[in-house]
Design a protein around this ligand. Sequence first.
Ligand code: NDP
Length: 283
Amino acid sequence: MTAQLISGKELSQEKRVEMKSDVEELKRKGITPGLAVIIVGHDPASQTYVRGKQRACEEVGIHSLLIELEEDTKEEELLAKIDELNVDEAIDGILVQLPLPSQINEQAVIEKISPAKDVDGFHPINIGRMMTGQVCFLPCTPHGIVEMVKSQQIELEGKHVVVVGRSNIVGKPVGQLFLNENATVTYCHSRTNDLKQYTTQADILIAAAGKQHLIRGEHIKAGATVIDVGIHRLDNGKLTGDVNFDEAREKAAYITPVPGGVGPMTITMLLHNTILSAKRSRL
Ligand code: NDP
């Protein structure tokens, strides 16, 4: 069996075409959705991600405001900037690129962002609302993953989803979203004994461990759907994931590539949340 690719790039393109006309419609009503992106310091990977987010905003017509702060920025300065943006009527979404330098408490920053502009979906209020199935901003990477699986008409109800990773931004919320879809969810993490015992039972396997090629062919049940969240840059400059793609594609029925998989969908769901925020507060 050779798995069918689930292209996040193609699905993103389709969704962005729809978003572009949505934004045009809003603009006709005098509303231009706005996203503020704050980056602290000069981490090259973060700069690449931020550039990607800005390009995507331009593509669909969202106004993007980039705020670049120095590496030694004090926490109070960053919190004050967020306060300004929280009341800025031209800004519908605020995103602070993580990770932050060590002098800044990440959680304090996340909690400073108004839940109504928290387009990353990291604020405890949005997380709590997601867990209790209420209206909220869904976190972008997990939301993008569910959209990718749904795009293939793969049934979720009653399926066994195994998530490898339990971070607050990917692992935990993606499991919750699949639970909301009536799947049965198992979480694995660095203290899990015998990872393979769990992964080989997965109908849908989400690899979000941040460990290059952790998931090999032997970890995958024949016919499973494999979603590779990991991003790793190889010495030759190319990107690869948490899944050994060549082995996995021989076992899985569906697989996401790296690059061109979860990455573009994460950005697409950020655009989605920004437009949603503009509609919620300004229509
Ligand atoms: P974190 O480092 O915050 O979390 C990694 C998780 O994986 C932890 O829960 C950890 O367990 C678990 N883990 C680590 N090693 C193993 C192992 N050997 N076996 C089982 N579990 C393990 O990473 P993130 O969740 O932030 O990101 C994960 C990956 O996804 C990274 O490569 C990141 O670059 C990528 N990423 C991609 C995005 C995209 O848009 N495509 C967006 C966000 C992230 P424990 O809790 O016990 O430490």
